[in-house]
Design a protein around this ligand. Sequence first.
Ligand code: SF4
Ligand code: SF4
Ligand code: F3S
Length: 268
Amino acid sequence: AENFSRLPIVWLHFAECTGCSESLLRSSHPDVASILLDTISLEYHETIMAAAGDQAEQCLEKALQDFPGKFICVIEGAIPRGLNGQYMRLGPKGKTGLEIGKEVTSKAAATIAIGACAVNGGIPAANPNPTDAVGAGKALGISTVNIAGCPPNAVNFVGTLLYYLMFGALPPLDSQGRPVWAYGKRIHDVCERRPHYDAGEFVEEWGDEGARKGWCLYKVGCKGPYTYANCGHLRFNQAISWPVMAGHGCIGCTENGFWDKMAPLEKP
Ligand code: SF4
Ligand code: SF4
Ligand code: F3S
């Protein structure tokens, strides 16, 4: 038996803002320290790791050698395909995102796309998308487990990892590759403002009486009726709040085609 029980993770950053990593750092159940120290072994993560340059490159090579077919590859960010991938060159060897993505995912047990950018291109792929960025699965021609959202709730990522650790398999996924346990319900059906929708009580413009009373945000652009996610149940930042609770409509960040398909994000 191996004396190594934590799940090795290789985390790649491509075209993104690192907000998904920030979301993970704010995980509260369990907190990020116990995730990093007890549950996973983060072999490579450019933002969090102490190593840089050649040393970091060695960490990546070592992880691929030590855990072939055993580590989970997590991809944060879209992958630019334009100019044969040359909009994105990374690391001391100047490899393209396409090259690194192919090399690492080909040795992984499974690949998780975290965040809208990695899932389907997200903001880096928004019109006019000059770098021809697309989601990781499409760019690399592989299936990914899609932890959708911009950023996703860390619980959806950690819960999916824990499922894999407990059952030795990936959780059931929906037609967009999202774990059903996290993305099976519609925002609109678990929203605390729903009774106002049903009663016909709407915010008509920002700052009006309905806004002060916490009425439904549908008429100012809420995409909750078209969006599947558990934000209203889990909330963000130690479960303090979520977009609709904070007074803005859902912008549909967990759905395929976000950002362009959900525009305009606000009305009027
Ligand atoms: Fe940032 Fe959103 Fe992309 Fe995550 S999905 S890296 S939060 S832009
Ligand atoms: Fe539905 Fe949005 Fe209204 Fe909530 S605020 S009830 S999600 S339309
Ligand atoms: Fe995204 Fe809507 Fe949740 S914008 S964070 S899916 S409330």
